[in-house]
Write a protein that binds this ligand. Sequence first.
Ligand code: NAD
Length: 377
Amino acid sequence: MKKLKLFETESTSSRRSFLRNAGAMAFAAPALSWLSQPAFAENSLQGGKPLGIALVGLGYYSTHQLAPALQKTKFCKLTGAVTGTPAKAAEWEKKFNLPKKNIYDYKTYDRIADNPDIDVVYVVLPNAMHAEYTIRALEAGKHVICEKPMAVSVKECQQMIDAAKKANKQLAIGYRLHSTPQHQEVMRFAREKTFGAIKVVETSDGFRIGDPSQWRLKKSLAGGGSMMDIGIYALNASRYVTGEEPVSVFAQEFKTDPVKFKEVDETILWQLKFPSGAVATSTSTYAAGVERLYATCENGWYEMGPCYGYGPIKFRTSKGEVNLPQLTHQAAQMDDFAQSVMSNKPSIVPGEEGLKDLKVIEAIYKSIETGKVVTIS
Ligand code: NAD
């Protein structure tokens, strides 16, 4: 694993998600994740003590989504932070009433091992740093949530899974949509074949990326372009909408700005074939806004859009509108993980789920490189 140079910068890149969802956030209701798990209606585990979470990398997502969401969780508490910027350390200490001893920089990171206030390390760094910081946290004896994409290669994903096994700690990926009732409902449609066999799936995710100097456009930090960042939502959705693993892929890449996207992909279109005969066609793009999930089946269809941002999610089927609670995704996701840890049950989004997406992403890049259909084994 390559060690990357660390520094703290305010990236403007992901303000897009904030802007894309700013209006929507006002409607988000508190997490209810636990409806399906009545045993956890109250936090009776750990004597009612919430799990202590330390956020690693205090950029956009930690600051504007995870830290506020943590205030809405039932089973988690923000107890620590890791940052390379002393000013941010001081700000977070004050804002969240964090003891000085619970704030680390990247040099002191491994000392988290000695801190009983921190049960879970949440890695929110540029993609190429996920593997290293996840493995170090596992070696420090902590459970880990790692943001998507899990890592920048299947090899790294496997190393992370192995490290979690060795440490006997849980590793989950930040696939927040798996904790929303809407996406859980399409997973149920896949399991129960509510609309009959699933035939054709269309999923797309995109936004128009700004600042050309951001890490998302640097291969060494991002691992890839829009595909790694947001195409992964469309890909992950096609896997849970069908409930199957794809057997082959054909992909094409398009660039409208070869200078800005010199190192990484701007737009990729790909087609997946699934064992049942279902097919999916998907788009990932940094050129325009798109958020869509559509499935047509033997006896009807369903669609969501917008569906990958922070909500509200719009959902309808051939039978009409579907109105399910609009949750704060990250609060629901972290509470789901806390319950897995507290009850020693597997996470609903374990490392293996992240690896499966990386496997397809590697096949997508190979198909672009070779111009051929690539078999996914
Ligand atoms: P960001 O650029 O806003 O924050 C990244 C943080 O890492 C910053 O605090 C930065 O200072 C720090 N950092 C440390 N070393 C760095 C280096 N060498 N180069 C650049 N930054 C460095 O990014 P973000 O939008 O917060 O994204 C962080 C991770 O979270 C990414 O993996 C991204 O895919 C993921 N993310 C997930 C969601 C979601 O909805 N699940 C949304 C946004 C971002």
